[in-house]
Design a protein around this ligand. Structure first.
Ligand SMILES: Cc1cc2nc3c(=O)[nH]c(=O)nc-3n(C[C@H](O)[C@H](O)[C@H](O)COP(=O)(O)OP(=O)(O)OC[C@H]3O[C@@H](n4cnc5c(N)ncnc54)[C@H](O)[C@@H]3O)c2cc1C
Length: 464
């Protein structure tokens, strides 16, 4: 069968093919982390070189963690293969998520107001033949990543941080005491902890993101959820559908548009982040903590920034840099795992006999009681409401997701309830005892308490 993409061909012909679209990453990834037995001896530090406490690879979200750690007094460097700069296209975020940067102490409230380029409330979510739902305070700010990252860069450097731009990480040699980062220009830098903030296509986790257009331009997205498999829709087919739907959606004539940039690609999402090394830790998209439903990776980072920067600081200052101690900073979170069912239920599966309107119905039901973060109580309420008011969609959910996924999800649902109980009732009892423990045990128990709280979504409070 020959597929023709009429609109896609017309639009791609209009756009200069010389423009580079970044973020795809290499398809062939060599072995990046190697273990070297023994301590780092006879290492020629070279003129002016030093051993960093932390080296952050990747400067988009990495600059936030790097600045928070530098503010705490650690010696921090950032290695970025390009120039550290935020894209022009806005990031949407909720005000309370942005406030986390203020609470961590790396942004002032005045600066926060300066980077907000749009503030809209409420947002309209329309569902064909179902109606409209208006939501308040969810992803309702548009902020300028370019301005925010510029502020962070200046803050990072003025707090003593060092930026290595135009240098790409090639490999890491992990010795017993230090890790040495080998760079593409032949240089190398030693450190105590490596933070991998190289995004979804990080060479360490084999997991980039494209940048945006100008400040006055309009950006329109189409997101769709798919399971990768043979016979599934091709990216070009999905892009052609986007152009087919655009005239009705945006009330425009396709031929009249001055299209500046087209980006289409995939967000690979993983159920488990399994990259685990001593001396190395993932943050940002590389860590898999972004919501698998909204992919709001910047918002996810800000929510965890206080927790992560405190934990990393304690790990480095207490010399707790073994794989197990670092794993405690990226713990299992049942609320994140539970949101996988929504992602799966919205991924159209071939050869499954469900109504074509099913996903629309499910989305409508979800949005009626949608929350930014999954918590046990509201989730039970939502499920109860769906069972009472829309029992007819339940068989379709079972068919669409499949029994394996439902069973797996039930486990996360039970764990969500358990973490909620632990954080609400056990945490207050244990906290004074935890404070009295020796350093390593105290570090571990603080991470367990955090995992219960964040894993139950209890870090997120309305009106915070
Ligand atoms: C179309 C689109 C819209 C989005 N909208 C929103 C939104 O509204 N709100 C929101 O919160 N999020 C949004 N996101 C998600 C957000 O952009 C990402 O979560 C965020 O950019 C992830 O940042 P990161 O630093 O983890 O990874 P990346 O953005 O991928 O950055 C990785 C960095 O690592 C560098 N790097 C890679 N490899 C190497 C190497 N070997 N050596 C040195 N440096 C390296 C890269 O140059 C890059 O600077 C959107 C994403 C897309 C694609």
């Amino acid at each position: 069968m020959v597929l023709t993409f009429t609109n896609l061909t017309m639009i791609m012909d209009k756009i200069s093919s010389s423009e580079e679209v970044g973020g795809a990453g290499d398809s062939k990834v060599p072995e990046v982390v190697t273990r070297v037995q023994g301590p780092l001896v006879d290492y020629d530090l070279g003129d002016g070189s030093e051993i960093f406490d932390v080296l952050v690879c990747g400067g988009t979200l990495g600059i936030f963690v790097a600045t928070a750690l530098s503010y705490k007094g650690l010696r921090v460097g950032i290695i970025e293969r390009n120039i550290i700069k935020g894209r022009e296209q806005e990031w949407n975020i909720s005000r309370k998520e942005l406030m986390e940067l203020v609470e961590v102490g790396i942004l002032s409230e005045e600066e926060m107001e300066q980077i907000i380029s749009s503030d809209f409330n409420p947002s309209r979510c329309a569902f064909e033949s179902k109606g409209e739902i208006w939501v308040e305070n969810i992803l309702n700010l548009g902020i300028s990543p370019a301005k925010l990252v510029d502020i962070m860069k200046e803050r990072f450097v003025s707090s003593g941080g060092v930026i290595f731009e135009g240098k790409s990480l090639s490999s890491i040699s992990v010795h017993d005491d230090f890790a040495v980062l080998n760079l593409s220009d032949g240089g190398s830098l030693p450190c105590r902890l490596v933070i991998d903030a190289m995004g979804n296509f990080s060479p360490i986790v084999r997991q980039g993101f494209p940048a945006g257009s100008g400040p006055t331009d309009r950006t329109t997205y189409m997101f769709t959820y798919v399971d990768p498999h043979f016979g599934g829709p091709k990216l070009e087919e999905l892009l052609e559908t986007f152009w087919d739907l655009m005239p009705a959606y945006e009330d425009v004539v396709l031929e009249n548009l001055d299209i500046m940039r087209v980006i289409f690609g995939i967000f690979p999402t993983y159920r488990n982040s399994n990259a685990l090394h001593c001396f190395a830790l993932q943050v940002g998209d590389a860590s898999g903590i972004q919501s698998p439903v909204s992919f709001g990776g910047f918002g996810s980072l800000t929510r965890h920034l206080g927790r992560l920067s405190n934990g990393i600081y304690e790990a480095v200052s207490g010399d707790l840099l073994d794989a197990r101690s670092l794993q405690l900073l990226n713990p299992y979170m049942p609320n994140l795992s539970a949101s996988w069912l929504f992602q799966r239920a919205m991924s159209a599966r071939p050869q499954i006999d469900v109504s074509p309107t099913f996903i629309n119905e499910l989305l409508f039901a979800n949005f009626e009681s949608m929350q930014d973060v999954i918590q046990f109580g509201p989730l039970v309420k939502t499920l109860g409401l769906v069972m009472i008011t829309r029992p007819q969609i339940l068989p379709s959910i079972f068919k669409q997701a499949g029994p394996g996924v439902i069973l797996n999800w039930s486990g996360h649902f039970v764990m969500l309830g358990y973490y909620t109980f632990l954080s609400t009732f056990i945490d207050p009892v244990l906290r004074p005892w935890v404070e009295s423990l020796p350093l390593k045990n105290k570090y571990q128990w603080k991470r367990y308490l955090e995992a219960w709280k964040y894993g139950a979504g209890l870090d997120y409070r309305q009106g915070k």
